[in-house]
Design a protein around this ligand. Structure first.
Ligand code: CIR
Length: 254
């Protein structure tokens, strides 16, 4: 049984953090409709979806992925890079408490969940503008006794590790090599996103399928040609806030 924690789109999303994108007007109603479609997709793929109440004063709070790293054994509550995102973690910690023992990332450490990619007992962590070496050390201290390894991975030109690479099947990653070196993934199958779709490497593998933005049809075909089942959603409004399909949920075993 899979759990998915999500959160309603904030009415203040227009004031979200932006790093690599130019600000465009976001239609909150359209974003909410797309987010509902995304949650229905999660439910269809077997997730028990728990949607947290809206946080009107926290523009980026729909991007719950960044607030925690949930493993089978425990959950690490992150400390996001921007001040504006730090208050997002309290309500997520409360929602995770019945499910997992919680461990904190503490100042001056920062980590965002979008930078952490779990492949079995390996955690790859993006050395991004949001995640620092102190944060990675704290994460390592929490998970090393449980048998996990933690490996920092250099990025260039993108927000998070999972903007550049995501698991899409067993031992298989979807990747944008312009933003990340493949060295850390030498023993894995790689599917390159189509060069016309630079944001096409963010995909959410859930159960039997991959939730994926319908905008990136050329990359979608590349996955389907490899036998991967793709469930498309319209994620265009939240893409303007620099969010992708992994960012809007925290998925963990029940
Ligand atoms: C931010 O810059 O923090 C948000 N506007 C977007 C966060 C996207 N999260 C993710 O990729 N995990």
């Amino acid at each position: 049984m899979l759990n998915a924690i999500t959160r309603e789109v904030s009415p203040s999303i227009q004031h979200c953090q932006l790093t690599h994108l130019t600000r465009k007007s976001i239609d909150v109603e359209a974003a909410r409709l797309q987010h509902s479609q995304y949650q229905r997709c999660l439910a269809k793929l077997g997730c028990d979806v728990h949607c947290l109440p809206v946080e009107p004063d926290l523009p980026d709070s729909v991007f719950v992925e960044d607030t925690a790293v949930v493993l089978d054994e425990l959950a690490v509550i992150t400390r996001p890079g921007p001040e504006s995102r730090r208050p997002e973690t309290a309500s997520v910690a409360k929602a995770l408490k019945p499910h997992r023992e919680l461990r904190p990332i503490e100042s001056p450490g920062t980590i965002e969940g979008g930078d952490v990619m779990q492949i079995g007992k390996k955690l790859f962590v993006g050395l991004s503008g949001r995640t620092n070496a102190v944060g990675i050390e704290q994460l390592r201290a929490h998970v090393l006794p449980l048998g996990y390894t933690v490996e920092g991975v250099e990025l260039k030109g993108c927000l998070h590790l999972k903007t550049a690479v995501c698991p899409v099947a067993s031992n298989t990653l979807l990747i944008n090599r312009a933003w990340i070196d493949t060295g850390a993934f030498a023993d894995m199958e790689l599917i390159d996103m189509d060069p016309s779709e630079p944001f096409g490497a963010n995909a959410l593998w859930v159960g039997q399928a991959v939730i994926y933005p319908l905008a990136y049809s050329a990359t979608q075909k590349r996955m389907e040609d490899r036998g991967i089942i793709v469930a498309t959603v319209d994620a265009s409004e939240l893409a303007k806030a620099e969010g992708g399909v992994t960012c809007c949920s925290l998925i963990f075993n029940g």
